[in-house]
Design a protein around this ligand. Structure first.
Ligand code: RFL
Ligand code: PHB
Length: 397
């Protein structure tokens, strides 16, 4: 196994952030014979245990398979052919294959994707340094940008042909782009999600997105014995105000069906509150610095797009670097930001639509609630309306 103790000083591609975007990019570059260094500020255990996404589009799963990270995903991932929309004490199933020409999604947690990619990188890839915090990226508009980073109590520099910021929403790479050269579009939401992990079998064999006047609830899963559940809560909620019984009672109330079925209960092993926001930074490239994944854009999690967008960004970017290496042409690299942003804005719109269709705003009028029900009724009644959801959810080409 390659050690991670050395502090490298040069790389063709310097990658800031060892989340899914950074790790996948490093694997894809390695496959094309392009060297890279990944700098990750946290330790390995933290990165591997951070609870986040659960849904992989087919395209994302195919990319993971293509870079050698498909074995466990194919063994343990759960193929889902649809989701349930639950509203007005009714349940409607959206069938993906019949609406999309055969597409489906895979339930395989981001924690597992990250574990698989880290294991591959450490056993046969370029350097991946944990506890390596990038302090600044300098010289974006020069021919040789530099990452200044701290590792094991000392400061180092990494000189690169290109730097890719895969350092998420709170990263520092974005600051390498002068404020005058970038524009950020942003929208907040007046609610957050309380996410919990429970040792309880999922209440349904598919994900249930539940609209309720009490607020939205999502019933997801990690395995046949572990549920991943979300409740809409007010911004600023403290998870300590939600003891386990309160969570289960609220899930029951939001899941109320005519047949009186209720989710199975079990020990809750993790609880956290996450804010919801929509953000896009344009352009995604400035000189020799590029921003990918959450570093460039955030979607509210209702549409399950964040991880998949990050994977699409770096898949296309790795292709552009391979094209540069093979032909000497920057044509694909030059087109990358615009090409990604078209996909990003589509996903922003889908995530926003799913979010506003299913959540109840504080003080929402009865009129607005009836409009939401009318919108959900339309999805239930019209294959055209349902196909729009199914195509976006399973991933547009
Ligand atoms: P990440 O995962 O935030 O990784 C960024 C990494 O950069 C590191 N870092 C630094 N490293 C070095 N120096 C610095 N100065 C650094 N600053 C930061 C961080 O430690 C971290 O390791 O971004 P990336 O790779 O772009 O991946 C994006 C995804 O994580 C994110 O979009 C998804 O999790 C969003 N999301 C979902 N996406 C889906 O596609 N499907 C889902 O079902 C889904 N569910 C979710 C979600 C996100 C959630 N949360 C918590 C926001 C459910 C939730 C609850
Ligand atoms: C999850 O399982 O964590 C999950 C699934 C679907 C979403 C968001 C999160 O829309």
């Amino acid at each position: 196994m390659r050690t991670t103790s050395a502090a490298p000083a040069a790389a063709t591609v310097g990658i800031v952030g060892g989340g899914p975007a950074g790790l996948l990019l490093a694997r894809l570059l390695h496959r094309s014979g392009i060297d890279s260094v990944v700098l990750e500020s946290r330790d390995r255990a933290y990165v591997e245990q951070r609870q986040r996404a659960g849904i992989l589009e087919q395209g994302t799963a195919d990319t993971l398979r293509g870079c050698g990270a498909g074995e466990r995903l194919d063994r343990e991932g759960l193929v889902h052919h649809g989701i349930r929309l639950h509203y007005d004490r009714r349940s409607h199933r959206v069938d993906f294959p019949s609406l999309t020409g055969g597409r489906s999604v895979l339930v395989y947690a981001q924690t597992e994707v990250v574990k698989d990619l880290i294991a591959l990188q450490l056993s046969g890839g370029g350097p991946l340094l944990f506890g390596a915090r990038a302090l600044a990226v300098e010289g974006a508009d020069t021919g040789r940008p530099v990452i200044r980073y701290a590792h094991r109590g000392r400061e180092h520099t990494l000189a690169c042909d290109y730097v890719v910021g895969c350092d998420g929403f709170h990263g520092i790479t974005r600051d390498a782009v002068p404020a005058a050269a970038r524009r950020t579009y942003e929208r907040g939401y007046p609610y957050s999600w309380l996410g919990v992990l429970a040792e309880a079998p999922p209440s349904c064999d598919e994900l249930v997105y539940a609209h309720s006047e009490r607020g939205f609830a999502l019933f997801s899963m990690r395995s046949p014995t572990v549920s991943r559940l979300y409740l809409q809560v007010p911004n600023g909620t403290d998870p300590a105000d939600w003891p386990d019984d309160r969570i289960w009672d609220e899930l029951d109330a939001r899941y109320a069906t005519e047949d009186g079925r209720q989710p199975a209960r079990g020990p809750i092993t993790a609880k956290s509150v996450l804010p919801m926001r929509s953000v896009v930074t344009e352009p995604m490239r400035y000189g020799r610095v590029l921003l990918a994944g959450d570093a460039a854009h955030i979607v509210p999690p209702t549409g399950a797009k964040g991880l998949n967008l990050a994977a699409s960004d770096v898949t296309e970017l790795a292709g552009a670097f391979a094209h540069l290496k093979g032909t000497g042409s920057t044509r694909k690299l030059d087109a990358w930001s615009d090409s990604c942003l078209r996909r990003v804005w589509r996903a922003e719109h889908f995530s926003y639509s799913m979010t506003t269709a299913l959540h109840t705003e504080p003080g929402q009028s009865a009129f607005d609630t009836r409009l939401q029900i009318a919108r959900l009724d339309r999805l239930a009644a019209s294959p055209h309306a349902a196909a729009e959801l199914a195509e976006n959810y399973t991933g547009l080409p």
